[in-house]
Structures are given as C-alpha cells and as structure tokens.
Design a protein around this ligand. Structure first.
Ligand SMILES: NC(=O)c1ccc[n+]([C@@H]2O[C@H](COP(=O)([O-])OP(=O)(O)OC[C@H]3O[C@@H](n4cnc5c(N)ncnc54)[C@H](OP(=O)(O)O)[C@@H]3O)[C@@H](O)[C@H]2O)c1
Length: 285
C-alpha cells in the first residue's frame, strides 16, 4: 500500500478561507485545533442550522463566522469541509451548491464516496477522509484520499485541516478507506473491548474496578506509545516481553489456542465489508 503519514500541526501553513458545513462534534474539534494552532477566526465560516449549536460555537470560538443557512458568504471559501451526518449530505449539498465557488471539497463524512460528492457539489477537487473518535481530543488518526484532480496544494490544505484531529495517513486508492475504517475508524471500539476484558479479569483476580480499569487503559496506551517510538516489528516487541515459561507466555498460549489472530482478522474483514456495503447504500442517487 502506498501511503504517507504525517504528524505535524498546521501552524506551518497559512490556511485558506474555510467553510465547515455542519458545526457538530467533529467540526468543533477541528476548529478548536486550527484556532489553537494560530489560524485566524475570521477565515473560518460555519453553516449550522441549529441555533443552540451556533450559540455554543459562538461562545467557544468568538470571531468565527456563523451562518444559519448557506448564502453568498460561501463564495469566499477556498475549501469546504463537509461535516454533517452522511444521511444529511444530499440535502446539505443541494442547499449549498448554488453558493459554492471553485473550492476544494474535503469530506469527513463516513462512507460518502467521491463520486457522490462530485455529483452533489459539482466539484472535482476532492479529498475524502476517515477520522476516528480520538480525533475529538486531538489524538485520532485520519485516513485521507485525494481525487485525481486535487493538486499537491489541495492535499496540503486537507492535511492541515485534519491535523488537529491527530496523525494522517494518505492512501492512493479510494477503496482503501474501507480498510482504514476497519483498522482505525472502528478500532477504538476494539481497544475498549480488550480493555473491558482485561479490567473484568483484573477484578476477578481481586483488584478493584477502578484499579483494574486504570491498569488496563494505561497498559494499552503505554504499549502503543512504546511501539510507536520503536523501529522493531510488533511481533518482535511482543517476543521481547514474553520469556519462555513465564507469565506472558502462559497468557499468549491461551490466545493462540483460541486462534485469536485469525478471529481478529475475520472481524476486520467483516468491518471492511460493512463499510463497503454502507458506501454502496449511500451511493445510489
Ligand atoms: N465524531 C467522530 O468521532 C467521527 C469520526 C469519524 C467520522 N465522523 C463523521 O463526521 C461527520 C460529522 O460527525 P459529527 O460527530 O461531527 O456529527 P454531529 O455532531 O451530529 O454534527 C453534524 C452537524 O451538522 C449539522 N447539520 C445537519 N444538517 C445540516 C445542513 N443541511 N447544513 C449544515 N449543517 C447541518 C447538524 O445539525 P443538527 O444537530 O441540527 O442535525 C450537526 O450540528 C459524520 O459524517 C460522521 O460519520 C465522525
């Protein structure tokens, strides 16, 4: 797979005027990060029909331009970030389309394909992204795919817009976003599942619920940080902490007897297949 990963923050580049369509959780996380990295609030527009949400955005990000409906102001935008629920996209795009200039379209909507975005917006320069929930605290990872018409400068803009969500991994084929969904999009739930099982077992072994939860979560976070800072393969890192005849070996033997690696493999294939099906269902009109 041809990918590039970046971890930098967006302060190195000057952002164009950006319009966020939808001012919910993801938009708020991205806007907060962009402002924190020095972006000018006046260069950010948000179309958000829900008055209470606009008020929240106003309080949190004074100076950002808030619109209750798309209007002529959208023409200023050089990049448009689609951050509504996938089911809301068709209506939102129909409302915005008369006001969209020749802007780069960046989507964070799960499952909505470039073909559908091009059809509904009339644009060709597209970047489709798949963030995950730790994006909400700046510790996510986002898969990104650019249409053939998007330039290197467009990719840089999209990369900077998603930087507040965490690291970015670019993929060279759109269908690989289904694989990204299977690994990192749905991945936080796998980590919670493992932490849940570790915590429960810790309690069975006599720890308090709080102790078991803290030990499980800190172990997953610490192991991930250790692996990220190492050039060793994951298999080597695992072998390094598995002495022959020791405690870790006893646990891993139980995993192997249950064929855990193959089970996890099947689970991720099921997630990728479901991502494809959901994409097909959203790609009908
Ligand atoms: N949250 C995550 O961690 C995460 C991770 C990966 C991908 N995503 C994707 O990111 C997208 C946004 O997620 P989110 O969590 O930010 O959702 P959200 O909090 O529900 O935000 C969507 C916002 O868009 C508004 N909206 C609805 N229709 C609109 C329209 N026609 N024009 C403009 N704004 C409109 C909604 O208003 P109302 O409340 O009035 O409907 C809501 O405030 C989704 O497609 C989701 O699949 C999210």
């Amino acid at each position: 797979m041809n990918t590039t990963t970046s971890h930098s923050n967006p302060s190195g580049i000057s952002l164009p005027i950006v319009a966020f369509i939808g001012g919910g959780n993801m938009s708020s996380a991205l806007i907060g990060g962009l402002l924190g990295a020095g972006a000018m609030a006046a260069r950010i527009l948000v179309v958000e029909p829900f008055a209470e949400q606009r008020q929240r955005l106003q309080q949190r990000f004074g100076g950002v331009r808030l619109l209750d409906a798309p209007g002529a102001e959208l023409r200023d935008a050089q990049a448009v970030v689609w951050a509504v629920k996938p089911q809301q996209f068709a209506q939102a795009a129909a409302d915005c389309r008369p006001h969209l200039a020749d802007a780069l379209q960046v989507s964070i909507m799960a499952g909505v394909r470039c073909a559908a975005i091009a059809r509904k917006t009339g644009a060709q320069r597209l970047v489709r992204t798949m963030p995950n929930t730790p994006a909400l605290i700046g510790q996510g990872i986002t898969g990104l795919y650019a249409s053939a018409q998007a330039s290197a400068a467009d990719r840089a803009v999209a990369d900077a817009l998603l930087a507040p969500a965490g690291a970015r991994v670019w993929v060279e084929r759109e269908d690989l976003l289904d694989a990204v969904t299977a690994v990192s999009g749905s991945g936080p739930a796998y980590a919670f599942y493992l932490a849940e099982a570790m915590s429960r077992a810790g309690e069975e072994l006599g720890l308090t619920a709080a102790q078991a939860r803290e030990l499980a979560l800190a172990t997953l976070a610490g192991a991930a940080a250790l692996a990220q800072g190492s050039s060793e393969s994951l298999a080597t890192l695992r072998a390094n902490v598995t002495s022959k005849g020791g405690t870790t070996a006893a646990a891993l033997a139980v995993f192997d007897a249950a064929d855990m690696q193959a089970t996890i493999g099947r689970a991720l294939h099921a997630a990728a297949q479901r991502a494809k099906e959901l994409g097909d269902a959203l790609d009908v009109d």
